[in-house]
Design a protein around this ligand. Sequence first.
Ligand SMILES: Nc1nc2c(c(=O)[nH]1)N[C@H]1C(S)=C(S)[C@@H](COP(=O)(O)O)O[C@H]1N2
Ligand SMILES: [Mo]
Length: 224
Amino acid sequence: MTDESDSPGLIGRIRDKLIRSKQEWAAEGRLITGRPDLGHVNRLPPGQKEVKNWPVLDLGVQPDIAPEKWRLQVVGLVENPIALTLDQFKALPQQDFVSDIHCVTSWSRYDNHWQGVSSKALLDLVKPKPEAKHIVFHAYDGYTTNVTTRVFADDNVLLAHSWEGKPIPRDHGGPVRVIIPDWYFWKSAKWITRIVFHAEDKPGFWETRGYHNEGDPWKEQRYS
Ligand SMILES: Nc1nc2c(c(=O)[nH]1)N[C@H]1C(S)=C(S)[C@@H](COP(=O)(O)O)O[C@H]1N2
Ligand SMILES: [Mo]
């Protein structure tokens, strides 16, 4: 198996201190303004600041996946489970996307140009069964995060391999990462390797550590 997400020791190597401080933020309700912007009147969601750079945030393990070793499995409650190589992934219909990033730690970055495979194209390929209402993303660093199949099916969701015309660098989740612009960025798994469809919701890494189960920036769904 090329999937190292289940190998022992990965979670043990992650930055315990960073995780603890983020959990403290959650416990304190840090950054909550109490003024949600349900009508999306402002481009910048409440409590956010625009940045021009692109900060790196992860658990401190940045897997180095050789392109020929990379695999994407899309499995679980689907009619056609698949396991793709990077070449096969890049042979799927490609699309360009532009979207803003909103990280729960308060930075937002406008107008990111992505290229990759739309979630719709993937869904057409695997054909989720009617009961497959929930998805868990599994990454090469052991990270997981959950979304509903409905959110994944949104028009602006993709599996991206390029940003601003260049391959997504390793620290930002290359060779391939998820992009879900309508949710805080912790839902956008870097180093994606497995997408599993479930009947039941299965909260992921941050969702079981004090973060909100959804994550709408305009509703300030930062913490649970
Ligand atoms: N595999 C993986 N994906 C991840 C994370 C992670 O630790 N591992 N961190 C999440 C969080 S909390 C954020 S804010 C974004 C950061 O992405 P960036 O480093 O490209 O800005 O990745 C998300 N996806
Ligand atoms: Mo984050």
